[in-house]
Ligand binder design. Structure first.
Ligand SMILES: [Fe+2]
Length: 403
């Protein structure tokens, strides 16, 4: 008997109408350090089962006064499949016993007259089997619980990541709304292009995250340099140019903490050119990461100070030089198929608000109360409401509409 078995008190239910044999088997079971329950009829056995939940082995006779032991065995198989069933029979050659074994209804059978050694050996095997089945069930339950725990942890991590990205994006929006809404549009386009390249869900996730954060490095650039950048590169001082050139690297370092595979690399390379004339590393052709090549196109399209049609022509004219040609063509096809994606925004003064305009930013009072949410189409009533508030609590924010 193994140490594990001897340390567990197994319970054996013995059902036999032969009083002498019942007593003998009971002693054998007790000598093995197990609990012995005895019944001479099926009715008494059922009572024992009802009163004892943990019965490892059923040792039963085939011919019982109130029924067939094999029928009782089948009944037990349904109600207590974990209990191992051992038949004690005086007719080992009968078809009934063989069928019972083959159908899996019994674990073993012992022939009468039986020796103590034979009974002990069979019981040991049954108890070991019982222990293994129990252990297997315990491990499976632990595995399921572990998997559920892992899933919960994964979901919590995903939520934490998503919250971190949201926080960064909101900070960017507070720092510069124009930059944040540009990033948001670029993320939509980049995702649409990525889908045409059959990217995996993880790659698409990284691309979208990188697109939303791609210019986060600009928070380290002075606002004056940032606004001069929109006027022209030559209007910047050498130190301002150097600061702007550093923003992909700064951005890639800032997003390291997100620990999302690929995001820092995409951000680092979003100003690289297909022909190697970009910055910071002058990567060309195949050395340029595909996801960064995807991001670079909507970024440029949305940023060039041109009408949308001219901006599309600008992309087309620079395929193979500044832009990855295959990615560029995919982008131009999307623009053709989904013109609504070309929507951008324009800054307006409060006095310029007109009915029918669509807000592309939240409008809040100076004290932070949300007056009209982003995406709302303005009506005369809403404009009046904003103007009224502006009198009592003047707005301090910039206003933007979709165009
Ligand atoms: Fe950038």
């Amino acid at each position: 008997m193994s140490a594990e078995i001897s340390s567990i008190k197994n319970t054996v239910l013995i059902v036999d109408d032969d009083e002498q044999l019942l007593e003998l088997l009971g002693e054998i079971v007790q000598d093995m350090g197990c609990i012995s329950l005895q019944a001479s009829t099926i009715a008494a056995a059922r009572k024992c089962l009802a009163e004892n939940k943990n019965i490892s082995v059923l040792l039963f006779d085939q011919a019982l006064p109130d029924g067939n032991g094999l029928d009782f065995c089948r009944e037990l198989k349904r109600s207590r499949p974990e209990t191992l069933r051992i038949l004690i029979t005086g007719f080992p050659e009968t078809q009934v016993a063989l069928t019972a074994i083959n159908d899996g209804e019994i674990f073993r059978f012992i022939t009468k007259p039986c020796t103590a050694e034979n009974v002990q050996l069979t019981l040991r095997e049954a108890m070991e089997r019982f222990r293994l089945v129990q252990e297997n069930q315990r491990l499976q339950a632990a595995l399921i619980a572990g998997n559920e725990e892992l899933q919960k942890t994964n979901m919590a991590l995903q939520q934490a990541l998503s919250n971190s990205v949201r926080l960064c994006f909101d900070l960017l929006d507070h720092f510069d709304h124009v930059l944040a809404s540009h990033s948001s549009r670029v993320a939509k386009w980049a995702t649409a292009i990525g889908k045409t390249f059959q990217l995996s869900p993880e790659e698409l996730n990284s691309l979208e995250m990188a697109a939303e954060m791609h210019d986060i490095g600009l928070i380290s650039v002075s606002r004056s340099a940032h606004s001069c950048q929109q006027l022209g590169w030559n209007d910047l001082s050498p130190s301002q140019q150097a600061a702007l050139h550093a923003h992909p690297k700064t951005g890639s370092e800032l997003v390291q903490f997100l620990q999302q595979k690929g995001v820092p690399e995409i951000i680092l390379a979003h100003h690289e050119w297909f022909n190697g004339n970009g910055y910071p590393n002058g990567l060309a052709g195949d050395r340029l990461p595909l996801l960064a090549a995807i991001l670079a196109i909507p970024d440029a399209y949305d940023e060039v100070p041109m009408e949308r049609t001219d901006a599309a022509r600008f992309i087309e004219d620079n395929l193979g030089t500044r832009f990855h040609p295959e990615v560029g063509r995919a982008f131009l096809r999307i623009l053709q198929d989904r013109p609504e994606m070309a929507e951008r925004e324009r800054e307006v003064l409060i006095s310029e608000l007109e009915a029918g305009m669509k807000l592309s930013c939240n409008v809040s009072s100076a004290s932070g109360v949300l007056l009209v949410p982003k995406g709302q189409i303005l009506t005369p009533k809403l404009i009046h409401y904003i103007l009224q508030h502006n009198v009592s609590d003047p707005l301090t924010q910039r206003l933007f509409i979709s165009v």
